[in-house]
Design a protein around this ligand. Structure first.
Ligand code: SER
Length: 316
């Protein structure tokens, strides 16, 4: 059985990935690694957790040794809007911490999953049906760290044989833990506000198309890629994966099918608009489909029905 460490374990993806990995591999085999915020509720009660500040290599090495870890899902990262506001912090967390994790993985012979992002592309990339292998010249600090991270992970695979794998996640929509400071956050907030206020003020303009994915598919992508037969992987870091592409008007129209009185208006954040405009409108994820059988389960309509049902109960 695998022995797994998840860094960023209380983040938007981490808080749900830890629980899914515990279901698949056994609760005692999955360590929830957190920086400062302690896990709460079922995350804390269902299995081990540890303080792991990945910018301190020693802390990563100690936990890997203590639990005899063989697989690291390295999710600790700074998202795009925060990275633009705090580029120094973004470099430290997204690059220096990743370097520490890769070094520990090299010494302890661990496999490493690292999420990249649609942010690894920029405005000189073909933004429609964005190919797996194409121009990557992002203009944001977030994108710079994501491209450098992809290259670093590939380097550790080729040079040292570390089993590194990753996906370029689109915006992830979920109902357990809110994202913190991303450009795609509106697509999460819109569901919360639809339930709470029947109204939402969007910070990206109409017509801004971005790739998106519902959390169950994001978890499936990570686990399936790490379980994939290495002989079939032509790529490693990182695979385009997507489940849907929409703009604010399209998601609002889908919500209105359930909440007819829902109203969408706009107050555009120029920084986020600029970031979003430099990202793909929709990615081609055929390499992931061909090399490890990627296939999403949720489209916009299935996701919206589920989000509104879950949040309707949660926010009552
Ligand atoms: N959801 C991320 C962000 O908006 C994209 O990787 O920063």
């Amino acid at each position: 059985m695998k022995k797994i460490l998840v860094t960023g374990g209380v983040g938007q993806i981490g808080s749900e990935l830890v629980m899914e990995l515990r279901r698949v591999y056994g609760a005692e085999n999955v360590v929830c690694g957190v920086n400062r915020t302690q896990p709460g509720g079922r995350l804390k009660e269902s299995g081990p957790w540890e303080i792991v500040n990945c910018t301190e290599a020693r802390q990563v090495a100690d936990v890997v040794k203590k639990y005899d870890i063989d697989t690291i899902y390295h999710l600790a990262a700074i998202l795009s809007a925060v990275a633009e506001a705090k580029p120094n912090l973004a470099w430290n967390v997204n690059i220096n911490a990743l370097y520490n994790v890769l070094e520990v993985a090299r010494e302890a012979n661990c496999a490493v999953f690292t999420p990249s992002s649609i942010g690894a592309f920029g405005s000189s990339t073909p933004l429609d049906n964005t190919p797996q292998d194409t121009i990557q010249r992002p203009s944001t600090m977030y994108g710079v760290t994501k491209v450098a991270g992809e290259l670093l992970c590939d380097y550790y695979y080729k040079r040292f044989g570390v089993d590194t794998r990753g996906v370029r996640y689109p915006g992830i929509i979920s109902n357990e833990t809110l994202p913190g400071g991303g450009t795609t956050d509106y697509a999460v907030e819109i569901y919360y506000e639809a339930i709470k206020q029947k109204k939402y003020t969007c910070n990206l303009p109409a017509g801004t198309f971005l790739d998106m994915m519902y959390m169950p598919d994001a978890l499936k992508a990570a686990i399936d890629l790490m379980e994939a037969d290495p002989a079939k992987l032509i790529h490693r870091n990182a695979f385009n994966v997507t489940a849907m592409s929409f703009d604010p008007e399209i998601i609002a129209a889908e919500i209105k099918k359930h909440i007819p009185e829902f109203v969408l208006d706009y107050n555009v954040d120029k920084v986020k608009e600029g970031i979003a405009n430099s990202w793909p409108n929709s990615m081609d994820d055929s390499a992931a489909r061909a090399e490890w059988g990627w296939e999403p389960s949720y489209d916009l309509s299935a996701m919206t029905a589920d989000m509104l049902e879950v949040l309707g109960k949660k926010l009552k």
